[in-house]
Design a protein around this ligand. Sequence first.
Ligand code: F6P
Length: 328
Amino acid sequence: MPQNINKIAVLTSGGDSPGMNAAIRSVVRSCAYMKLQCVAIYRGYQGMIDGDFKEMNARSVNNIINKGGTILKSARCLEFRTPEGRKKGFEQLKKHNVDALVVIGGNGSFAGALKLNEEFNFPVMGIPGTIDNDILGTSYTIGFDTAINTVVEVIDKIRDTASSHNRLFFIEVMGRDVGHIALNAGVGAGAEEILIPEQNLGLDRLLDSLKRSKKSGKSSSIVIVAEGDKTGKNVFELKEYVEEHLPIYDVRVSVLGHMQRGGNPTCFDRVLASRMGVRAVEAILEGKTNYMVGIRDSKLILTPISEAIKAHTEVDEELIRVSDIMTT
Ligand code: F6P
C-alpha cells in the first residue's frame, strides 16, 4: 500500500442514478476492509467547496444498497468549473486530510475530477453513475439497467391503454445526447418506432412506418423518442405533425421525465456498483490516479478519465437492426 493513502473521500455528482448508494456503500466498506479512513462529501463538488464532509465507517452505509437516489445528495456545481472553485475544494480536501477522491457520476463530474488532479496533483478515481449509459470505457454505467427496466414497465402499462383505444403514443424518454435508453427500452417493450439522436431517419420514414403499422392490423403503436432526438420536433410537435398527416391516428403523448432516475436499483446495478467500488479503492491503493472503473465482457477495466470523457458511447448497430426487424 502506498504510504500516502490513509484517507479516501467519496462523493456523488451530476444527475443521480439508481445504484449510486450501492457504490457509496462499496467504497466505504472497501475502505473499512482495507483499514483506511473514509469520508463522505455531501452535495457533490458544491459540498466539497463548502466543507460538507462526514466521517464514514462500515455501519454508516447500512441498509442503503436497495435505495434509489444518493444518500450523499448530488449537485451540478458551476463554481467547481472555475479555478477559484476548485482551489477552495482542494483546500477543504487538505483540511480534512484526504489523500484521494472517488467521484461517482458522469462525464461532467469526471471532467471536474481531472481538472482537480491537473491543477493540484490530487489522486482521483471515477465510477460511472448515470442512467444515460453514455460513458466511453464501460459497457454499462450504474443506473442504466434500472432505468431501462423502469421504462419498460411503464411502456407496458401505456400499451394496455393504447391498445384499448387503438391509439398511437409518443413516449419521451431521457438521454440528453444518446439513445441507449430509448433503443434498449424500445426493443424491450416492442415499440413500433424508436427515434434516437444517433439516427435521424426523418419524418417521412416515421409516417411510412405508421402507415404500414396501421395496414398490418396493429391495434396500438408506441413510438419512443429520446429527449435528444434530432428530428427537430419535440413529442408534442410530433403528435401535431402525425395528426395532420395521418388523421386516422388518435395520438397521445407521455413524457416519462425524472421517474426514470428513481426507484430501487436492479440486482444488476447493485452488483455492478459493488464491484466497481471495490476496484476503485484497490486501484487507488495500487497508486493509480485519473482512471475510471468500467466493465467490459463482464471484467472490470480501468480507462483513463481523459479517454472516458472524450466522446459518448455509440449505440449498438446490431440492436438497431433487431429493432428494425421486430417492427415488421
Ligand atoms: O443524468 C442524466 C440525465 O437524466 C439526462 O438523461 C437528462 O437529460 C438530464 O440528466 C436531466 O438533468 P436534470 O435532472 O438536471 O434536469
